[in-house]
Ligand binder design. Structure first.
Ligand SMILES: Nc1ncnc2c1ncn2[C@@H]1O[C@H](COP(=O)(O)OP(=O)(O)OP(=O)(O)O)[C@@H](O)[C@H]1O
Ligand SMILES: [Mg+2]
Length: 337
């Protein structure tokens, strides 16, 4: 993960065509200003600031537990902020409940796929257009002509987005039957279906093989270049990050430790230290001894109790449903400070 040197970087200047698309879409900057998020005694984000310029691919990286997903969730209104603000043009996102963030032009794909496996690809993508539909439940149930027309229009748009993402052959296939890489595309299609100006992706390459990751890199660049959206990318895969990002912010222990273009980040000493430190932590003498003891126990030669955990696995703090640690914040009740 710390091998920054062998990867290529993109030209940080955005092409004229992309800039034109970004301007036509009216994409504002996203400004994260002095944001702090706390879970009980844990300061997961500590006075963090950075700006995602319109039409850029902006990566947020850092070792495990650095605060990336917390930042993602603070921007999308899932977690409340203790200090600071997040603004997107005129909208102060930190004052809005999560349910109103999409209508401000912020679309998110999920770190853990949140597709409905038994619904078709088209129906999953249509969910992303929910807030754009005017027809209410009753008019839809009555199948009034104008709601039928509206539904047809939304379906056509959803299908066009699927075509753009190269998944149109699966429109009527239940999402759960598709390979993982395709399901990730469906998730991104759903995020794009809300017609965002900022697309937020949390570890889109997780679980992908290298061919799928290469395809994803092309897709991310195509989405930015052809639609003109800004993209925030939380990602562990350094070759993906260095290959697509225009700008990178690095977090470590909740603090911003670096911010710059990929070539600056690759040479930044604090960043290299943070990643080397993380790798060294993973392979401590204690961990090695524990692993040997576990192997002996499994072979019947050791004295480790059955079921005792060995290793450095951590609970996934992104899995809000896991209940690990402090409970996820109810944006409705917690936003009032
Ligand atoms: N809901 C929560 N309750 C309690 N602590 C949390 C919660 N979410 C995150 N944390 C803690 O906040 C810190 C930052 O976690 P976060 O998930 O943001 O890190 P991350 O950079 O996304 O890590 P990873 O690379 O493993 O996904 C960690 O110490 C984590 O344990
Ligand atoms: Mg995370």
């Amino acid at each position: 993960m710390s091998d920054f040197s062998s990867t290529e970087t993109v030209d940080p200047t955005i092409s004229r065509a992309t800039r034109a698309a970004t301007e036509a879409l009216g994409v504002p900057a996203l400004v994260v200003d002095d944001v702090t998020v706390q879970f009980g005694g844990i300061v997961a984000l500590n006075h963090v600031s950075f700006t995602i310029e319109p039409g850029t691919i902006h990566a947020l990286i850092g070792p495990n537990g650095a605060g990336k997903s917390t930042c993602f969730n603070a921007i999308t209104g899932v977690y409340r902020t203790r200090t600071g603000s997040v603004t997107f043009g005129d909208a102060v996102l930190t004052k809005l409940p999560a349910s109103r963030i999409a209508s401000q032009g912020v679309g998110r794909a999920f770190q853990n796929l949140a597709l409905s496996p038994s619904s078709t690809v088209l129906d999953n993508v249509m969910l992303g257009r929910y807030h754009l539909t005017k027809g209410g439940f009753f008019s839809a149930a009555l199948r009034l002509p104008w709601t039928m027309r509206e539904e047809r229009r939304h379906k056509e748009r959803a299908a066009a987005i699927c075509e753009f993402l190269g998944i149109s052959q699966f429109l009527h296939t239940p999402a759960g039957l598709l390979p993982y890489g395709v399901q990730k595309r469906v998730d991104i299609a759903r995020a794009l279906a809300c017609e965002p100006k900022l697309l937020m992706l949390d570890e889109p390459a997780a679980g992908m093989n290298s061919a799928e990751t290469d395809n994803l890199a092309e897709l991310i660049k195509d989405v930015r270049d052809e639609i003109g959206v800004s993209i925030m990318l939380v990602e562990h895969d350094m070759s993906l990050v260095m290959g697509v990002a225009d700008h990178i912010t690095v977090l470590d222990f909740g603090k911003r430790i670096a911010d710059g273009v990929p070539s600056e980040i690759q040479q930044d000493e604090a960043v290299i230290r943070a990643y080397l430190g993380a790798e060294e932590d993973e392979i401590t003498d204690e961990a090695i001894e524990a692993e040997i003891a576990a192997e002996n126990a499994a072979a019947g030669t050791g004295d480790i109790a059955a079921g005792e955990h060995v290793g450095t696995g951590t609970a996934d703090a992104d899995d809000v449903s896991s209940g690990a640690g402090a409970s996820p914040v109810d944006p409705e009740s917690e936003k009032t400070r």
